[in-house]
Design a protein around this ligand. Structure first.
Ligand code: NAD
Length: 324
């Protein structure tokens, strides 16, 4: 391992506090400090971890090699730009920025300053997704179906369910399919928060794959599942149960309700447990050390935001067309 890298966290609210905890325990990394506009929050997290805390993140930058930006999405653009200009490698939470133009600017800035810019699409580091990747089973998906249904929580209500939850599946789908989106259809409804709380989207890809994504933050029970249909297999990821079930055509036949069908063989992939945030930040540090490119690059963050922007546009058009 090379030199010890100095890490910081900007925005230590709900999620940023966990980022700070992970860096504080990570080998080869020293948590140099945390910043939050809310000085009490900064002091609390700094105190918990025994590191300096500041209100103005700019004062922290000269000491840092790398930083997590975990502020509300509206100010990602300004904060990340300042970090990159100061020569600090950045891990920015998702959604990368509020607008596509801001995202393009950050990608250009990271390139100009030769800094790593990673985006916090944490589901790429989920144990089920890692198990699927390790299995080598993923092979030209034809149809993907995602459900991300969550009970109501008093969090992230400043954005709609598409930006908060659906973007996770959009990023995974783009990663799994590896083809251009050629068509987006979407519907949704504002129910209680004044923003879209339930949304369904259908993405069509240049290679013929179709993806159907459903997201809700008003579900009675959580359901976080993705089903991937390929020519040779159906793969089901359950993000809550942390399982991956595979159904493949076996040899011979089976009889179902008196009907002879080709035999289906069901198996479970081994899913080694790990902490996705810890893996994500460890991977970011590896990218900063030049060991590999960032697993979720600025361009990946941009691609997810672009599709999500199209989905939100479709939903806006759909809701405008509903008679009062
Ligand atoms: P939060 O409101 O709990 O925390 C944000 C913190 O940032 C606050 O303490 C606020 O005072 C601070 N802040 C705002 N502007 C600042 C600035 N200029 N300098 C320093 N501090 C500043 O929000 P949260 O729920 O932790 O979400 C933060 C980000 O993380 C959002 O972009 C959100 O979308 C993302 N997020 C991602 C996931 C995921 O699954 N990857 C989950 C939750 C949140």
């Amino acid at each position: 391992m090379g030199n010890v890298l100095a890490a910081g966290v900007i925005g230590v609210g709900y999620l940023g506090r966990f980022h700070a905890q992970k860096y504080a325990r990570m080998p080869g990394v020293r948590l140099a400090g945390v910043a939050d506009l809310n000085p009490e929050r900064a002091r609390r997290v700094g105190g918990e971890l025994g590191v300096p805390s500041v209100a103005d993140f700019q004062t922290l930058l000269p000491e840092l090699d790398l930083v997590s930006v975990v502020t509300p999405t509206q100010n990602h653009s300004a904060v990340v730009a300042a970090c990159l200009r100061a020569g600090v490698h950045v891990m920015v939470e998702k959604p990368m920025t509020a607008t596509l133009e801001e995202a393009r600017e950050l990608i250009a800035l990271a390139e100009a300053h030769r800094r790593v810019l990673q985006v916090g699409h944490i589901k790429r580091f989920h144990p089920t997704v890692c198990a699927l990747q390790a299995s080598g089973l993923l092979d030209k998906p034809r149809f993907i179906e995602c459900h991300r249904l969550a009970p109501f929580k008093n969090r992230a209500l400043d954005v709609d369910v598409v930006l908060d939850l659906m973007i996770h599946d959009v990023d995974l789908i783009l990663h799994f399919v590896g083809s251009q989106v050629v068509d987006v259809e979407a519907v949704g409804a504002e129910v209680v928060t004044g923003r879209v709380d339930i949304a369904h989207a259908r993405l069509r890809f240049a290679n013929g794959c179709i993806a159907h994504v459903a997201a809700s933050r008003l579900a009675r029970e959580a359901r976080r599942q993705t089903r991937i249909f390929q020519v040779d297999a159906m793969i089901e990821l359950d993000f809550s149960e942390q399982t991956v079930m595979v159904r493949k055509r076996g040899s011979g036949e089976m009889v179902l309700d008196g009907v002879r069908l080709p035999a289906i063989v069901e198996s479970r992939l081994p899913v080694p447990r790990h902490d996705p945030l810890e893996e994500e930040l460890r991977s970011f540090v590896g990218a900063v050390r030049g060991e590999h490119p960032p697993v979720v690059s600025g361009s990946d963050g941009y691609a997810a935001l672009e599709v999500v922007t199209a989905i939100r546009r479709e939903i806006a058009a759909f809701t405008r067309d509903i008679p009062a």
